[in-house]
Design a protein around this ligand. Sequence first.
Ligand SMILES: O=C(O)C1=C[C@@H](OP(=O)(O)O)[C@@H](O)[C@H](O)C1
Ligand SMILES: C=C(OP(=O)(O)O)C(=O)O
Length: 440
Amino acid sequence: MILKVKNLSNIGGVVKAPPSKSYTHRAIIIASLADGNSILHDPLISEDTISSIDACRLFGAEIDLSSDNSYLKIKGIEKIENHSKGPIDLKNSGTTLRIMTSVAGLAQNETIFTGDDSLKSRPMQMLLDGIKPLGGNTISILKNGKPPIAIKPGFVGGKSFINGNVSSQFISSILIAGAISEKGIELEVKGDFISKSYVAMTLDVMEKFGIKLETDLFTKHPDCDLVEKKCSSTSFFIKPQKYIATDYVIEGDYSSASYLLGAIAILGGEIKVKNLFKDSKQGDKLILAILEDMGAEITVTDDSVTLKSEGNLKGVNIDLHNAPDLLPTVSVLGAMAKGKTTITGVHHARFKETDRIDKCAEELTKLKCEVEEKEDGLIIQGGVSSGTVNSHDDHRIAMAFSLIGLKHEIAIENGNVFSVSFPNFIESMAEIGVELDLFN
Ligand SMILES: O=C(O)C1=C[C@@H](OP(=O)(O)O)[C@@H](O)[C@H](O)C1
Ligand SMILES: C=C(OP(=O)(O)O)C(=O)O
């Protein structure tokens, strides 16, 4: 389907950020592993989080969604067992795949995880190697280090290490399963530690569900700023424990909010986005500093962000090692800005739904934007023209490129994929005066 901007009217206003995808995945999986009944308030119900719900149900969790999608009731699994009759299709969700791989190792029987073509291209070998010393007995069925993955029982925990330069989801996976494994976990993260804020989110949810963290990478190092990669300690120690069911409220999503804030930054005007928390651990909070550097005025309260913009953005230099999902948004903002935008530190964006560095460069080039592709980022000279682009079935590319349509006539092929992370994208954009059209 084609996604296009149809009409603009009454630009700006007040809108609520959708719930965080990353927090929703974690809360669903951890509540499913907890003793007792949890209630998750304001969960994100999107294609990706439905993959987590479906997988947890297959492992024995009882999960009920309220009729208005406002809460999930989860009765934790008593005996972890895979009840699926065949391979479990996780569709497009990398987070579900990575986290559930270690969890499946705790089960009493074998599991096979597979997914769509994009998921079958996501690297897994580092995780498979990382869980081997923990009793994790897994193979990549096609022997290419990618799904489909077969996981046999035997994850008992213990000591292991993993490189931190490909995906933090491997680390989140080992920590979540490791905390309730027989021996607990001692995990060393070697080398560059990208996307660290996502591990902070993992530890955050684990603590809310009762886990005592002996070594907390972040609180034991008060000088360690999550947004910078300065923290030197990279070892986690977690004794074997149990998750305790709880009531939990999911906060708003800064990655999804980047499209709403970005739209008004480009057009000019004022927008207040509610449900974005000042003390959030989300690395994508960095979008606020980026938009400020580009010329917008940002005001934050404890639970909202207000942006004012004249609509004349200027280029920015930014390292996205801790906020890889902002790459499509910042690429598009750079293309719409005056001057040069340099994005660095985000080699791991090549291992997402698509190779996002390559695909953003390819699609911007179609719009006559001057782009230089680097191994770990992009250099973009502001300036685009009308044309047709393709999302390559990548939800973030579809949503980010729709912002170009605010000022130029563009059509996005395969533009209907936003339901992976932001099912109400069209409705939320309409609330701020941007009418989008989706047609065949
Ligand atoms: O754990 C998570 O919820 C996520 C971690 C990040 O991946 P990497 O750690 O692979 O960069 C991010 O890109 C992804 O959208 C969600
Ligand atoms: C990379 C993403 O998600 P996942 O890894 O869960 O597929 C994303 O949402 O941009």
